[in-house]
Write a protein that binds this ligand. Sequence first.
Ligand code: PLP
Length: 437
Amino acid sequence: MTEPVGPSTHVEPDLARKSRLARNGGPKAIKSPLPPMYPGGMRIGAEEEEAVLDVLRSKRLFRYYGPYSGASRVDEFEKAFAADMNTDHAVAVSSGTAALVCGLAALGLGPGDEVIIPAYTWIASAGAAMAVGAVPILAEIDESLTLDVADVESKINSRTKAIMPVHMRGAPCQMQRIAELAQSRGLKVLEDVAQAIGGSFRGQRLGSIGDVGAFSFQFNKIITCGEGGAAITSDAEIYQRIVMYHDVAGGMPNRIPSDKILNGLNFRMSELHGAIMLVQLRRLDGLLADLRQRKNTLKCAIQDVAKRKGVSFRALNDADGDTATSLVFFAPNEIRAFRIAEALNAEGVNASLLYQPGRVDYHVYAHWIPVMEKRTWSENGGPWRWHGRDVEYSRDMCPRSLDLLGRAVHIDISPDMNAVNVEELADAVLKVLDALL
Ligand SMILES: Cc1ncc(COP(=O)(O)O)c(C=O)c1O
């Protein structure tokens, strides 16, 4: 981590408690190493191996044909995924970014349109908007680390066509207010569910609430095939458009009628990936139950001390719908947050700060140099050139988001932690908060 600059507001705590910290030569709180944070990835086992071998042995690696006919794994996965997400259609694609691009294209976004995205999201949110020729507009996040709906509202103008709520770090956005706002202003909603697969808002699966839901199955997502994604929708026409965009051949072999066809690209998923995803999807409910149990135990163990020390947890728009992949709390200021994260790391906890000005992290808009500087692939300019209204960006344009993220300490929750791991993790947090606040 990069040491933050600025006047120290640090009050010297009790020296005895401070000297017990591993950072100062005391014993580490974590005695048994914590499992790596790849939920579905760490559960890859005999079933995934068998599923891949089956595809290899069949020599049917391509979704639409091969030397032997039979059911396509990608096809099966799409049906199972749509059913699991409680919607009508799913299109499996090559990445989460591809799902976002297909979703935006299917919703009809293009040059002259604006998409409102959160200041805290993976840079792919902005990149997807730019890829279809639209202009990304940044909105602040609130204590839930997801879109601040009031700020979204203030950013809407006649060019706004869509809102992209991103369910960051496993937890849902305020989907009721976003859906109401979108409906009242005639806007589309594309949910980015890359980090919250299986999460929900008031009982509805994330991704099934907006017009399109986009998922990533990249390796550190909740379920994974290394690289992959999916776009879901309950709208038959949007589905047809996603199919066209993700397949340059128009969704072969059931080609779209010629009066409807538009040219797409190739974001198809291979049968190998489809086979893995079919197995991983069956693991989803078990993963979520394990994540939630561990996070709940940890939070219960530390919440009283956290409260006494003036540390607040990230707000949850729907605690029941949280996938529980992370625990985030806010320190009183960025210097305390830095010291806490640093001390936790010394104890053996993989804790991080969600924003540090000096450490590039593409989850925070201030580090999106290509967007901040409106860099484009073509010398003729990018989406901004054709937009018809000046849109400027600056690193300090969302100060509330930077303040929250700069004070946010993030701890991964692994579904594979055993009871001892959770206990030691809680001990580490208690020890550090006690010594430093
Ligand atoms: C919030 C968010 N959106 C989109 C993506 C893009 O997914 P992929 O890496 O599969 O393209 C990611 C991936 O990290 C993400 O975290």
